[in-house]
Design a protein around this ligand. Structure first.
Ligand code: ADP
Ligand code: TYD
Length: 222
């Protein structure tokens, strides 16, 4: 293989973040389809989950009573799931030059476990440094009003409602926290207005992604 080919260098690691119901899953799917149609090799994945072991942990953390786990135990569970996902799905795909689109990643732990029940952000960051040590190349934050997001999320119906059951106050806190995080990691974050139509959000998502794919640092070709 030609070692100088841009594709051989490494892929692009893209994450979507935002409150529940902000449109992340919808936009992940649409972006994956658009990039695939343009010839990119895309891996669409999600957290918690994205590998067999991590999907098992997903069931443990997302189903049941809101107070089933303490925030500290959740940090361990989400990080364990992420480590498995990283080892088995994300890193091999990036090494093969693929575009990895991930619905939530470590920023969600920084918010949901780091902020929701006291300030555990330092603990989240320590475990992240120890066990994960990888940040996305680009993070698309879909920002929107929590009551609309929660109404959309509740409209979906399902059994994975532990976090949605924490209510709108938590979502308000998460929204503000995500906006702070976007300032903290401003070089990789891009904020998108989630209150627009699905198509308009998708157009913003594609613009930001195309810029990352064609930047000098990445220059990833289909
Ligand atoms: P998330 O993954 O962030 O929880 P979803 O993509 O599952 O959000 O979207 C939640 C619900 O809202 C879905 O029923 C989806 O069809 C709908 N939805 C997503 N984006 C929009 C939008 N821009 N406008 C209106 N409804 C939307
Ligand atoms: P997800 O399926 O993305 O929910 P939604 O589509 O409603 O946004 O994620 C499920 C829940 O898991 C969500 O409420 C946020 C929570 N979560 C954490 O608390 N910590 C984490 O590290 C991750 C990845 C998710």
């Amino acid at each position: 293989m030609n070692k100088t080919a841009p594709k051989a260098a490494s892929g692009l690691f893209l994450t979507f973040e935002g409150i529940d119901g902000s449109g992340k899953s919808t936009q992940c799917r649409m972006l994956a389809e658009t990039l695939q149609a343009r010839g990119y090799d895309v891996v669409l994945t999600r957290e918690p989950g994205g590998s067999a072991g991590a999907e098992e942990i997903r069931r443990l953390v997302l189903e049941g009573d809101p107070d089933k786990w303490s925030a500290e135990t959740e940090i361990l569970l989400f990080t364990a799931a992420r480590r498995d996902h990283l080892e088995r799905t994300i890193l091999p795909a990036l090494a093969a030059g693929k575009v990895v689109i991930c619905d939530r990643f470590a920023d969600s732990t920084r918010m949901y476990q780091g902020l929701s029940r006291g300030d555990l952000r330092a603990t989240v960051d320590q475990l992240h440094a120890l066990m994960i040590g990888r940040e996305p190349d680009l993070t698309l934050l879909i920002d929107m009003d929590p009551s609309t997001g929660l109404a959309r999320a509740k409209g979906r119906q399902g059994s994975e409602e532990r976090f949605e059951d924490f209510g709108v106050e938590l979502q308000e806190k998460m929204r503000a926290g995500f906006l702070d995080l976007a300032e903290e990691f401003s070089s990789r974050f891009h904020i998108i207005d989630g209150a627009q139509s699905i198509e308009a959000v998708a157009a913003d998502v594609l613009r930001a992604t195309t810029a990352a794919l064609t930047s000098d640092a990445q220059a990833l070709q289909p």
